[in-house]
Design a protein around this ligand. Structure first.
Ligand code: SF4
Length: 472
């Protein structure tokens, strides 16, 4: 049987699908229909909470749900006992602890939680989880390998990732940085500690100062939302004061999780604004990078928060993760991209899902993701069209998903190169086993066959296999 693979720039270049498609047309104005009103009152635990209280960060933080018992008490009879048992089992098999804001909890369709895209991301159900891919590694992007100082990853020539804090206002069950973020779980009990600590931060600043090639610093975590206002401002001022640092970005999922904070936590938003204004005066840039995955996460409260940031001239960009059952349908992704643009968030990246423990049910194949990309491109202006990227395993960095050197679709193995980051090395991405045929799935269960399949992927260029640990 002929092998089903694509390779470029070699001669055998194939297309993922060749027939012109007419599906995937989004109703023209659907992206403008934003949920408003007292949407939280359908949750028994919030039914008596008025708008003036619910729409504040203090209520959102106070009523954030962090245990199954608390969720049961909040939801009352909205979900069955079987659901809570399934959730408790799912959390035992998850790398992230439970943490979800009242805002997000209220956006879940509790008539059908199993299918809901917000439930899918934050409340793991054991019945939905699938066995991990055999090539999975914790910290699959090898961030720690490129970390000269705890909490600072320096991989790209002019950019570094600074992690001042290891907590977030929500815990996403699919977090790539589950090796460090949030409390330990039964699955990942020992996590790297990156608590807010000014001595550790200073070590990172000193490293940045001594590397004049660094022009771009991402302040992430964890989540910048969880930095105190004075810390956020001090970090921003310190970094902007380094002559060769030209751009800083505060990464936060907060706009999705708790948009209320932008309007009600005046100290935090004013601190952010002062940093952005300082950057402008220095002819540098300070922006916000955020993270929405479902169009259902964007409601009128999100638009109100964005309106304030727009008034203050703060640029916000979005980095989305492609997830099966959340946004892997082309129309849903189109709606998300259009809705982000409508409230003035620039869609920047769509990431193919990293290999993370306990979330194989969320990943898509490279082929399926490229199918979505094809339908997204053209729905809106080019500068609002995100790049679909694979953050390659082992530290090759982000690669345009189309730029694979080789793609063995039958066994679900893609090979990328990253000449500007790690010249001469090759990096792999693996499709989820469920997307493969029965024979390939069986091969992946046999260690010697795994080695042979990956070996085949490298063989096309006579390369030696390297960079991954085998789990046999
Ligand atoms: S907000 Fe970001 S860092 Fe925090 S858990 Fe979610 S994905 Fe991880």
């Amino acid at each position: 049987m002929e092998k089903n693979f694509f390779s470029s720039p070699q001669a055998e270049v194939s297309r993922l699908d060749s027939a012109p498609s007419t599906d995937g047309q989004l109703p023209l104005f659907e992206h403008r229909e934003l949920l408003s009103g007292d949407y939280w009152r359908r949750i028994p635990g919030f039914s008596k909470v008025g708008s003036a209280e619910f729409q504040t960060h203090s209520f959102q933080q106070r009523a954030t749900v962090t245990s199954v018992a608390q969720l049961r008490a909040t939801l009352g009879g909205l979900a069955s006992e079987a659901f809570f048992d399934d959730l408790a089992d799912g959390i035992r098999n998850a790398p992230m602890a439970l943490r979800i804001s009242p805002h997000l909890l209220s956006l879940i369709d509790w008539e059908d939680p199993a299918e809901d895209p917000i439930r899918t991301q934050f409340l793991p159900l054991r019945s939905c989880q699938q066995p991990d891919h055999p090539m999975l590694q914790l910290d699959s992007l090898a961030e720690r390998k490129d970390s000269p100082v705890p909490g600072l990853t320096h991989r790209y020539p002019d950019k570094a990732l600074f992690l001042p804090v290891d907590t977030c206002p929500v815990y996403c069950r699919f977090c790539t940085r589950s090796y460090a973020v949030g409390a330990g779980t039964e699955l990942v009990s020992e996590k790297l500690k990156l608590h807010a600590n000014q001595a550790r931060w200073e070590a990172a600043f000193t490293y940045i100062e001594s590397h004049p090639g660094l022009e771009d610093i991402v302040i992430s975590g964890g989540d910048s939302y969880n930095l105190r206002a004075e810390h956020l401002e001090a970090i921003g001022r310190r970094l902007l004061g380094i002559p060769h640092v030209r751009r800083i970005r505060f990464a936060t999922k907060g706009l999705c999780v708790m948009p209320q904070k932008i309007l009600s936590d005046v100290h935090w938003t004013d601190a952010l604004t002062r940093v952005v204004e300082l950057a402008r005066r220095l002819h540098k840039s300070a922006v916000v990078h955020t993270h929405f995955n479902s169009p259902n996460e964007i409601v009128e409260a999100t638009q109100r928060a964005m309106n304030l940031l727009v008034e203050r001239g703060i640029t916000v960009r979005c980095q989305t993760v492609l997830q099966r059952g959340v946004n892997s349908d082309a129309e849903v992704m189109q709606l998300l991209i259009k809705r982000l643009g409508y409230i003035n968030i620039q869609p920047y990246y769509v990431y193919f899902h990293d290999l993370v423990p306990g979330v194989e049910d969320l990943r898509t194949s490279l082929a399926d993701g490229l199918h979505v990309e094809k339908r997204v491109r053209g729905t809106t202006a080019g500068f609002h069209t995100p790049a679909f990227v694979v953050d390659t395993m082992g530290g090759g960095g982000k690669r345009d998903a189309h730029s694979f050197e080789y793609y063995d679709k039958e066994n679900g193995i893609a090979v990328f190169t990253s000449p500007s980051v790690k010249p001469g090395e090759r990096f792999l991405y693996f499709d989820p086993l469920e997307s493969l045929g029965e024979a390939a799935q069986e091969r992946w269960q046999i260690p010697s066959e795994r080695r042979a399949m990956v070996g085949e992927a490298f063989e096309w260029r006579g390369e030696q296999f390297r960079g991954l640990e085998w789990r046999e």
